[in-house]
Design a protein. Structure first.
Length: 329
C-alpha cells in the first residue's frame, strides 16, 4: 500500500477551509493509503504563541481530527514533537537547502514585502523542517492546498539533491491537490484565503463556531452586483466561493448547484450553503464533545507516536550513517 503523509499547523482554531481542503480528504484517503497525519506543533512557534492558547489549539486539533472522521485504527495520528527525529532531520535538511530557495518561498516573501519586523529564523527555515516532516516517512503522496504545493516541490528538490549526492535516501513525494475545495476563500474578501488570522472574524468560519454565528457569516458573505448565479470565478469570486463550499461538503458538482439556483436570488443560494455548512458543523461538534469527554486523546497520540517514531528513527539513522555523521567502531 502506498504511503501518504500530511499535517495541519493549528496556530488558531481549525477552520472550514482546513476541513474542506485537508481533513475531509484525509478521511477519504485513509481507506486507500497507509496514512500518517501529524499536528505540526513545531511549525506553530515560528511566531509567538500564548502557551495556554497553543495547548488548547493543539488539543482541539487532535479532537477535531477524530471528530471529522480520522480513525486511529486506520491512520497514524501524532504530535510532531513526540517524534524527535523531525527536528534532527530538519537541521540536516536546512544544511542541504540553498538560501535562494528559501528566499523564494511565498510565506517568507509575503511577510518581507509587507515590511514585517522581528521575523524569526524558524519562519525562514520552515520549509526545510517541512521537507523533513515528509521525507522521514518515505511518503509517496502529500495532499496539499494550492498554497502549499510550493513546499512539496522544494521537498522534492532537496530529496533529489541528497539522493544524487549519497544514493537513494528518500522516496520522492508527489503532491495531491484536490480539484474542488483546495483553496477556500474568505467570505468577506474572496481574493484572500480563508484564514485563522482573519482580523474581522467575519470572513472565516471555525469548526467550533456557534451554528447561529456560522449561518450569519454565510448570509453576510460578500458577493457582487451581477445578479446572476453562474460559475464565473474571475468576475464573481464571492459567489463562486460559496458554491465551491457547498459542493465540497455535499459532494454535489458545482455545476449542479449553480443550475439549481440559476433563477433564484443570492439570498436563496446563501441559505442553502448555510444549511449545508451548519448541518456538517453540528455533526462535527457533537462528535468533538464526545471525544473531549472520553479522554482518549492521550492514548491515540501515544500509540501514534510509537508507530511513527519507528519509521522516522529508521530513516534518520540511515541518513546520519550515509552522510557520515555516525562513528562506528
Amino acid at each position: 500500500m502506498k504511503r501518504m503523509l500530511s499535517g495541519i499547523k493549528p496556530t488558531g482554531q481549525l477552520t472550514l477551509g482546513n476541513y474542506i481542503g485537508a481533513l475531509r480528504n484525509f478521511v477519504k484517503y485513509q481507506d486507500e493509503y497507509e496514512m500518517y497525519v501529524f499536528i505540526a506543533n513545531l511549525h506553530c512557534i515560528t511566531e509567538y504563541q500564548d502557551p495556554q492558547d497553543l495547548r488548547k489549539n493543539l488539543t482541539d486539533a487532535v479532537a477535531l481530527y477524530l471528530a471529522c472522521g480520522l480513525d486511529p485504527n486506520k491512520s497514524t495520528i501524532f504530535l510532531q514533537t513526540d517524534v524527535r527525529a523531525h527536528a534532527q532531520l530538519g537541521y540536516i535538511m536546512a544544511c542541504n537547502t540553498y538560501l535562494g530557495e528559501l528566499n523564494r518561498m511565498t510565506q517568507f516573501k509575503d511577510k518581507q514585502a509587507k515590511g514585517e519586523k522581528n521575523m524569526t529564523a524558524g519562519l525562514y527555515t520552515y520549509p526545510s523542517l517541512m521537507a523533513a516532516d515528509i521525507l522521514l516517512y518515505q511518503a509517496n503522496y502529500v495532499p496539499v492546498g494550492e498554497d502549499q504545493k510550493q513546499h512539496v516541490e522544494l521537498t522534492r528538490d532537496i530529496a533529489q539533491r541528497m539522493n544524487n549526492k549519497y544514493g537513494d535516501l528518500f522516496t520522492i513525494p508527489e503532491p495531491l491537490v484536490a480539484k474542488v475545495g483546495a483553496r477556500i476563500m474568505s467570505l468577506q474578501d474572496p481574493s484572500k484565503k480563508m484564514s485563522k488570522s482573519d482580523e474581522t472574524n467575519k470572513g472565516c468560519i471555525y469548526l467550533l463556531d456557534d451554528l447561529k454565528v456560522a449561518r450569519k457569516k454565510i448570509m453576510s458573505a460578500v458577493t457582487d452586483s451581477v445578479g446572476v448565479i453562474q460559475l464565473d470565478k474571475e468576475n464573481q469570486p464571492g459567489l463562486y466561493n460559496l458554491i465551491e463550499i457547498a459542493s465540497s461538503i455535499s459532494d454535489r458538482s458545482m455545476e449542479d448547484i449553480a443550475d439549481e439556483f440559476k433563477n433564484e436570488g443570492y439570498g436563496k443560494l446563501k441559505g442553502y450553503v448555510a444549511d449545508v455548512v451548519c448541518a456538517e458543523l453540528e455533526k462535527i461538534q457533537n462528535r468533538y464533545h464526545e471525544i473531549i469527554e472520553s479522554k482518549t486523546l492521550e492514548k491515540v497520540l501515544n500509540e501514534g507516536a510509537i508507530k511513527a517514531a519507528k519509521i522516522a528513527d529508521e530513516t534518520l539513522q540511515n541518513v546520519e550513517k550515509t552522510i557520515g555523521l555516525e562513528i562506528k567502531y
